[in-house]
Design a binder for this molecule. Structure first.
Ligand SMILES: [Zn+2]
Length: 190
């Protein structure tokens, strides 16, 4: 059943129509992972038009040269709701301010402003840049996403933050994620 779902999305998105993706092992790994993540979110293989479109535009944007790791982060953030985790990214969960520094809290299921950081001793201590990007990723339509330049430290931080959110709040990752993790380890040794 699960394999059928994935093959449906694969056929629909038609990887072969994206020569740059199949030519590059790294972008191929990200594209495969995005499709596997969508498949994991909808295990019955039911075609979900919104995610069909998402998969198609993610692959198209990767092919156009938009950063595959960032597109992957966007897919991870936007798919959280499908896994029953819908973090509150709009403002502080408690007081709804947006003008103070914000941080992520699992306990509160979203953002806390500096005035409310004391409520969660296990808040993520995420950088302002990473929080800004996660909030952007939650709402940005892929078709409207321009070329994104994210500094290597912030890219690594986004990877760590999203791994923590998925490990703690979703509790599962597709097998295709392992290759992404391995690439991250290789890059650290370069
Ligand atoms: Zn607050």
């Amino acid at each position: 059943m699960r394999a059928d779902g994935l093959s449906f999305i694969r056929q629909a998105a038609d990887l072969s129509a994206h020569p740059h993706i199949s030519a590059d092992i790294e972008t191929d790994a990200y594209a495969t992972y995005i499709l596997a993540l969508i498949d994991m979110a909808y295990p019955d293989g039911e075609p979900i038009p919104q995610w069909f479109d998402f998969a198609a535009s993610a692959l198209r944007r990767i092919d156009e040269g938009v950063d595959a790791a960032i597109l992957t982060n966007i897919a991870e953030v936007q798919l959280l709701a499908a896994f029953g985790v819908a973090p509150h990214w709009e403002d502080c969960v408690v007081c709804h301010r947006t003008d103070l520094p914000l941080d992520f809290s699992e306990k509160y299921g979203g953002l806390l402003c500096r005035d409310h950081w004391e409520l969660d001793g296990r808040r993520y201590h995420a950088s302002a840049k990473a929080i800004y990007l996660l909030r952007l990723f939650a709402t940005v339509p892929l078709s409207r996403l321009g070329q994104v330049n994210v500094a290597p430290t912030t890219r690594r931080e986004l990877r760590v933050l999203l791994d923590r959110i998925y490990d703690d709040m979703v509790g599962a990752t597709p097998r295709a994620k392992r290759f992404i993790d391995q690439m991250g380890q290789w890059q650290q040794h370069l």
